[in-house]
Write a protein that binds this ligand. Structure first.
Ligand code: 2M8
Length: 442
């Protein structure tokens, strides 16, 4: 499937290298984010990846989403990692034995984790469906059948998050582990994480695998990992039950990015329900999107910074950190004008730049290398570009698109990028960077 016109040498080169990454990282029935660092299937990665596969291999896009949802728990949660039984416990930490999750779903050999990630899959499924007609009649038929299969599962995912995970009682989902945000060591969690015990002796029992395959200065610290491990042990102790969780678990936070994606998912579900002829359900999805938008505005907006911030469920306080997650509600079409203007002003300011950084460039602890504490990530910029388009900012959306394409073309399909030099950091041949490059070129 060649790149649609107009084709320049640069865009053809980037298109071919991106398609090549997705070929290399295909593991038979799912895509890995990267061969060495992340050798299993990740939840929100699968959504970004499907958006790119929609152009070059829609059958794999559907297969990948199916593989993920075949591991859905009976309570509706979609695990953040589905483990590949062909890999060993030593290939990734924390692996399946550490999580100790019973086998669920129709692929019992595939263990999973007990936590979630942002529910971007309805958005992705709708994107793959929209592009199906370009691949012919058989692809359109397949897309409809896949939507039929996915729809009730996507709804169950939303219900789990909006019902079991509304720990703050205000209509938003609370994450109970930083990994659930997808923005692992973001400064947005620093305040809430300070109240999580950091037992460094845990790291003598459990060995970090990431440090064997990547640079320590680019990764979360040992103190972060001690807390990450402790939080899994705490959640695991009651078999990942959400009942009474706030009282017995040290970390519960309402993340503006996670909840913006939750709201955007309801709008894609409304589209999907419409195509499938569930007209009344479509209206329900739109109403839920509006309710989530209102809750984000009333609970997470800080008029002093003109941005959204993560809210700690235990203390009720908003974190002062200005992070990329605080811009993400721009994805929501019903966001009131005042908030849209605030977020746009923050994006245009020296704090974020183009493409936007994961954290405020002017902050004293801005770190050009360390993962979600400064570097530029393509996936969140791709979501922000959608937000600009939703609010009719076509020129700015185009500037952001061009900046992302330039960055990836010059530096490669890396996991993240140095905000000053553009150097590729983390894993090379990273699936979501490649997949989203396809969408940015198409
Ligand atoms: C990163 O997170 C994993 C844990 O889930 C890790 O650090 O090992 C994050 O960037 C996350 O957003 C992403 O889904 C995952 C796989 O790409 O890697």
């Amino acid at each position: 499937h060649p790149l649609p016109a107009p084709v320049t040498e640069m865009s053809a080169e980037l298109w071919n290298s991106a398609a090549g990454v997705l070929e290399t990282n295909w593991a038979g029935d799912h895509m890995v984010p990267s061969r060495r660092l992340y050798p299993h299937q990740w939840s929100w990665d699968a959504a970004f990846i499907a958006v790119g596969l929609a152009y070059v291999n829609p059958t794999r896009a559907w297969r990948d989403l199916r593989s993920l949802f075949e591991a859905q728990w009976p309570d509706g949660r979609v695990p953040h990692i589905v483990f590949d039984p062909a890999m060993s416990e030593a290939d990734y930490f924390p692996g399946p034995a550490f999580w100790g999750v019973p086998a669920y779903g129709s692929r019992p050999a595939h263990g999973s984790t007990g936590i979630v990630q942002p529910p971007l899959h309805a958005v992705a499924a709708w994107e793959v469906y929209r592009r199906a007609a370009a691949h012919g009649a058989a692809a359109s038929q397949q897309a409809r059948a896949e939507l039929e299969w996915l729809y009730p599962r996507l709804v169950a995912q939303q219900e789990y998050l909006t019902d079991r995970r509304d720990l703050g009682g205000g209509g938003l989902t609370a994450i109970v582990h930083p990994w659930e945000s997808g923005l692992d060591n973001s400064p947005a969690w620093d305040d809430a994480m300070a109240n999580v015990p950091a037992d460094l002796s845990l790291l003598t029992v459990y060995r970090r695998r990431d440090l064997a395959v990547s640079d320590a200065s680019h990764r979360p610290t040992d103190t972060d990992y001690a807390r990450y491990v402790g939080l899994v042990l705490s959640y695991r102790a009651a078999d990942y039950s959400d009942t009474g969780l706030t009282e017995r678990h040290a970390f519960a936070v309402e993340c503006p990015s996670f909840n913006a994606i939750l709201g955007a998912a309801e709008l894609s579900l409304a589209q999907i329900a419409g195509v499938l002829g569930h007209t009344a359900a479509a209206g329900g999805h739109r109403e839920r999107a509006q309710r989530i938008t209102s809750a984000i505005v009333s609970r997470l907006w800080n008029p002093d910074t003109g941005m959204f911030h993560a809210r700690d469920v235990h203390t009720g306080k908003l974190t002062p950190a200005r992070c990329v997650s605080g811009l993400m509600p721009l994805m929501l079409p019903d966001l009131p004008a005042g908030q849209v203007e605030g977020v746009l002003a923050a994006m245009r300011s020296e704090r974020f730049g183009l493409p936007v950084t994961s954290y405020d460039r002017t902050a004293a602890d801005f770190d050009t290398l360390r993962y979600w504490r400064g570097p530029v990530w393509i996936n969140v910029n791709w979501l922000l570009r959608r937000g600009l388009l939703v609010h009719g900012r076509r020129d700015e959306a185009e500037d952001l698109r061009a900046a992302m394409v330039r960055l990836v073309h010059r530096n490669g399909h890396f996991e993240y990028f140095h905000p000053e030099t553009g150097e590729g950091l983390g894993a090379p041949s990273f699936s979501w960077t490649a997949a989203l490059a396809l969408d940015l070129l198409a």
